[in-house]
Design a protein around this ligand. Structure first.
Ligand code: C2E
Ligand code: CA
Ligand code: CA
Length: 697
């Protein structure tokens, strides 16, 4: 509070106008006005002239009331008139019109009498405005500091040089410092050496006149005992010019958890949840960077594509948990057999991709041998010991090569290797005697027409309407009963009878198309499956065209399904053409082309657009797991989007439950097939399906 004027009663004789204007009054820093009992100004000292911005001559003879704020006038008058003779009244605070605007002043009046002017009042006026501002600021600063010290978070007030002026007590909990002991020390002293420069830079930026006055940085702060550090986000706010603060306020938040969460997110995006290895996305990023030419240098990278054989039986026989166990163990083994510059990732399912730098001391086959050895040792799982094998395909890439091309090459090499192994493989999986017996009866099967086509309807998922039938081959074996394609297709291929089989399939399917057309009075779309060796045979397109023309059916009613992997497969030796030439020749006949088992191979959009494709069929493995595995769900959803953007049809395979059906419809997939709607059935039953249901399943 401002010191009040001393209150006392003076002898009347000590006061008169002359005495009032004595040297003392003239020199007073307070303004002094002398008025008569009506308030008319009689005199003023220089401080009053300065305060009111007037000269004495201008004011003398004029009432003083216009100088007083109307809101305070009444109080001023009451105070003046109630003043007793020879008395000094109580000080009042009023607003007066000063030279620079309204100012708060304290006025103390004293009556006096004089022989010339009878009686008058001498008014001492003290300007309070600046002082009051200061007082308010003092109060605010006290409030500010109290708030700051008790802040729950780390809050520190530093001066522009970085010296701590006040700190919240939270500094004890956070870093172990005693607040009184850090006051006066450098804030930089709390920051880890390596980050101190960053902090100082931030402080300089914060108080620089050109900035917004707020800077945020992440630094590590050191605990008092120097044993631990923690990441903090600091926000520095420049309040140097704010009278209630007068410094830079630093607030800090511990961000260990935030960091951990960020790292976890990055890990999730780039790592495979099961094996902990980098995932497909991470591999692509890594390969891209290895293929990017650095300063014109050529760098060679070996891409090894590893796919397990006999993994599916492990899953089927022992369950997914066992399969997961095996993949995890394999991931560890692969990591263990690699050299420092090698890179291993889980590409998906039972596929792994290894990147390696070629080195002088190890031929390419050395890498393959290392990987094969990692797989060869039987795996002891909780369900027992199992043995799997690997097909490994290798491609060598150079800086500047196209990533998709390199991957497709490695994948194709792997697939060729798988084929090469298949003879060995099937010998292993099936007793030799059985395999031989089947092989020996193939000739008879063709001669006696033991093969037959069964049909599975493909329906419009929304309405249930049958849109087409996919033909699936069966072997009605006289001793073994009805065999499914998995039991004999590889044998047919190994005996090079696939051309004969393709011819049979086409002829039967087209004949059945005509039967259906005649029965229902309109054309019905059909699909046949073709293996890689079939559609890369230059004669195949001709065979298709001629067969269908002979039946008087338009080619557009027939779809040829080729698997995604077979498109990427290298053509086997012999009179074959590339898969893209094969597909182009097929498309030229007017038949439709569907990519089968889509999602299991490595196809990028760029691959697809270069082929004349009418539809893709989402592999059953995704559909069957989509309601329990979010990853599968997102793959299907992405494929639906891909198909839409390419304006091609999409068909979901293997729909077994109403849940799967509903999710597919929701995702915008309009066509599908599966046991839920109908299993594959012989032609006669397929016809009944159309007739009894009116084509509506
Ligand atoms: P694909 O082309 O993917 O045929 C679909 C397979 O999934 C068929 O097995 C079908 O019976 C089965 N399937 C359909 N819906 C469901 C379902 O809801 N649940 C389950 N678990 N399975 C379902 P299939 O008939 O044993 O044929 C196996 C594969 O053999 C075919 O797979 C195809 O790649 C090949 N194939 C079949 N017929 C021929 C043919 O005439 N020529 C050639 N080259 N390959 C053929
Ligand atoms: Ca198919
Ligand atoms: Ca399929």
């Amino acid at each position: 509070m401002v010191a009040p004027f001393p209150t006392c009663t003076l002898p009347a004789t000590d006061w008169n106008a002359v005495a009032m204007m004595s040297g003392l009054v003239l020199a007073l820093p307070d303004a002094v006005l002398v008025v008569d009992m009506e308030g008319v100004v009689l005199g003023a000292n220089p401080a009053a002239e300065e305060l009111f911005g007037v000269t004495i001559d201008e004011r003398v003879g004029v009432p003083c009331f216009d100088l007083i704020h109307s809101g305070d006038l009444e109080m001023a008058l009451v105070s003046l008139t109630s003043m007793g003779e020879h008395e000094i009244g109580s000080p009042i605070e009023i607003r007066v019109k000063a030279a620079d605007g309204w100012r708060l002043v304290e006025v103390l009046g004293a009556q006096f009498s004089d022989e010339d002017i009878d009686a008058g009042i001498i008014l001492a006026i003290r300007d309070l405005t600046d002082r009051r501002k200061y007082e308010i600021a003092q109060g605010d600063e006290a409030v500010f500091r109290a708030l700051m010290q008790n802040a729950v978070g780390l809050t520190v007030l530093i001066d522009p040089q970085g010296t701590i002026e006040t700190t919240s007590v939270a500094i004890t909990r956070a870093l172990g410092y005693d607040p009184p002991k850090v006051v006066g020390t450098e804030f930089g002293g709390l920051v880890l050496d390596a980050d101190r420069g960053a902090f100082e830079g931030a402080l300089a930026r914060c108080i620089a006149p050109t900035t917004e006055g707020e800077v945020s940085i992440e630094v590590r702060l050191m605990s008092r005992d120097g044993t631990s550090e923690a990441p903090y986000q600091l926000v520095l706010v420049d309040l140097v010019n704010d009278p209630s603060v007068g410094g830079v306020v630093v607030t800090g938040h511990e961000i260990s958890e935030l960091r951990a969460a960020r790292e976890e997110l990055a890990r999730l995006a780039y790592f495979d949840g099961l094996t902990g290895l980098p995932n497909r996305a991470a591999l692509i990023t890594e390969l891209e960077s290895r293929l990017r030419p650095a300063r014109g240098e050529r760098r060679e990278t070996i891409v090894a594509f590893l796919d397990l054989d006999r993994f599916k039986p492990v899953n089927d026989l022992f369950g997914h948990a066992a399969g997961d166990e095996l993949l995890t163990a394999l991931g560890r083994r692969l990591e263990g057999c690699l050299r420092a510059t090698d890179y291993v990732s889980r590409f998906g399912g039972d596929e792994f991709v290894v990147l390696a730098d070629p080195t002088g001391d190890e031929p390419l086959s050395g890498l393959v041998a290392r990987l094969e050895n990692a797989v060869a040792e039987p795996f002891s799982l909780s369900v027992g010991t199992v043995q799997v094998y690997a097909s490994i395909g290798v491609a060598t890439a150079n800086s500047g090569d196209d990533l998709d091309f390199v991957m497709a090459e490695a994948d194709a090499a792997m697939y060729a290797e798988k084929h090469r192994r298949r003879g060995v493989e099937s010998g292993r999986s099936r007793p030799m005697g059985e395999r031989r017996a089947l092989a020996e009866s193939i000739d008879r099967a063709f001669d006696d027409e033991e093969f037959e086509l069964w049909y599975q309807p493909i329906v419009d998922l929304g309405s249930g309407r049958i849109t087409s039938f996919e033909s699936l081959i069966r072997w009605r074996h006289p001793e073994r009963g009805l065999l499914s394609p998995a039991a004999f297709l590889d044998i047919v291929e190994d005996l090079s009878r696939d051309d004969d089989l393709a011819e049979f399939v086409l002829a039967s399917a087209v004949r059945d198309m005509a039967v259906v057309r005649d029965a229902i009075g309109r054309d019905m779309a059909f699909a046949v499956n073709a293996s890689a060796s079939q559609f890369t045979d230059p004669q195949f397109a001709t065979l298709v065209r001629d067969t269908i023309a002979a039946a008087g059916i338009e080619t557009r009613w027939l779809t040829v399904e080729v698997s995604e992997r077979s498109i990427l497969e290298r053509p086997a030796s012999g009179p074959s053409i590339t898969s893209s030439a094969g597909l182009a020749a097929l498309a030229a006949t007017g038949v439709r082309i569907a990519v089968d088992d889509f999602g299991t191979g490595y196809s990028s959009l760029s691959h697809l657009v270069s082929f004349p494709i009418d539809s893709i069929k989402v592999d059953r493995s995704f559909v069957s797991r989509m309601t329990i595995d979010r990853h599968c769900m997102s793959v299907v959803s992405a494929l639906v989007g891909l198909a839409m953007s390419m304006d091609i049809d999409i068909v979901a395979e293997g729909i077994e439950t109403p849940d799967q059906l509903n999710v597919l419809i929701e995702l915008g997939c309009h066509k599908g097939q599966g046991f839920l709607m109908s299993r594959p059935v012989p032609l006669q039953q397929a016809l009944e399906l159309i007739e009894t249901t009116g084509g509506q399943l």
